[in-house]
Ligand binder design. Structure first.
Ligand SMILES: Nc1ncnc2c1ncn2[C@@H]1O[C@H](COP(=O)(O)OP(=O)(O)OP(=O)(O)O)[C@@H](O)[C@H]1O
Length: 267
């Protein structure tokens, strides 16, 4: 059973007006369970629009989105939260900064359940689990359970956000440039943790990145978008050993033009 199926997905902005923008032009994408897919592409290629369509934060103009064989095309973001975890670029957006590390993790344990209310206090058994999970990150965070998240660094927060997103393994993990706001060393640490957490539970993952090296290094599949279409789709052995110049050449062969991506070109 595929973990994610996107069928003939079209997205228009300002449809029927002079500003009409056909942002996604018939995307077909199937992810098998455990696939870890990096998505790259130039500015305005449609990466965020694709992720937002899958997450449900953007209504679909045409097409179908299925997660774990369930048609979620018209489901709200809240309804899909049972199936999806998402980590954003901003380390502030995934956590409640006034709450402690363990309180945040406790909230994450309840993701997608009907227990929407939350009572203060963390169960002893949960605290032990959080300590173990935090220790496995090797960042010394297991001693910071009662520290407010707001007092941690961006990298520490993003590590905890990742842990929260994977505490209860989702059917699909969406990573939305989740290391872009971090310095290179911290970004490398968080990418390492990402790989570790995803592999431990075999979580199907879709990751947007502007970092071509990361797109090549991590995951078993790489997709390049161009003007709302998939220009390059490489997986498995085909992906191993590829270099950035190889990728740029493949992109040019498929799309007939150079990659336009400020973030990539400036790095
Ligand atoms: N809310 C919106 N209203 C109108 N047009 C939009 C909206 N969101 C995105 N677009 C347009 O849709 C196209 C795809 O945008 P999208 O943000 O998905 O690209 P992207 O690949 O994520 O780009 P970037 O790497 O620059 O973030 C672009 O032409 C963009 O201007």
């Amino acid at each position: 059973m595929p973990a994610l199926e996107v069928k003939d997905l079209h997205q228009y902005f300002a449809q029927g007006t002079v500003n009409e923008n056909h942002a996604l032009k018939g995307i077909n994408l199937t992810l098998e369970e455990g696939d870890f897919v990096a998505i790259i592409g130039g500015n305005g290629a449609g990466k965020s629009t694709l992720l937002n369509s899958v997450a449900g934060s953007l209504p679909v103009t045409h097409g179908q989105v299925k997660i774990a064989n369930k048609d979620v095309t018209y489901q709200s973001v809240a309804k899909r939260a049972k199936l999806i975890s998402r980590v954003f670029q901003d380390p502030l957006s995934g956590t409640a900064p006034m709450l402690t590390v363990e309180e945040n993790l406790s909230l994450a344990m309840q993701r997608g359940t009907w227990r929407n209310f939350w009572s203060a206090g963390v169960r002893h058994s949960d605290r032990k689990l959080f300590q173990e999970k935090l220790a496995s990150l090797n960042l010394g965070l297991e001693t910071r359970l009662s520290t407010s998240i707001g007092l941690l660094s961006g990298g520490q927060r993003q590590a905890i956000t990742l842990l929260m997103a994977t505490l209860k393994a989702p059917e699909l993990l969406l990573l939305d440039e989740h290391t872009a706001a971090l310095d290179p060393a911290t970004s490398a640490t968080v990418m390492g943790l990402t790989e570790q957490l995803v592999a431990a539970q075999h979580i199907t993952t879709l990751m947007i990145t502007h970092d071509m090296q990361d797109a090549l290094r991590y995951g078993n599949r790489l997709i390049m978008l161009d003007h709302g279409q998939i220009a390059v789709d490489i997986k498995g052995d085909q992906k191993k050993g590829l270099t950035v110049p190889d990728l740029l050449r493949m992109f040019k062969e498929q799309s007939g033009k150079e990659l336009n991506d400020d973030a990539v070109l400036l790095s």
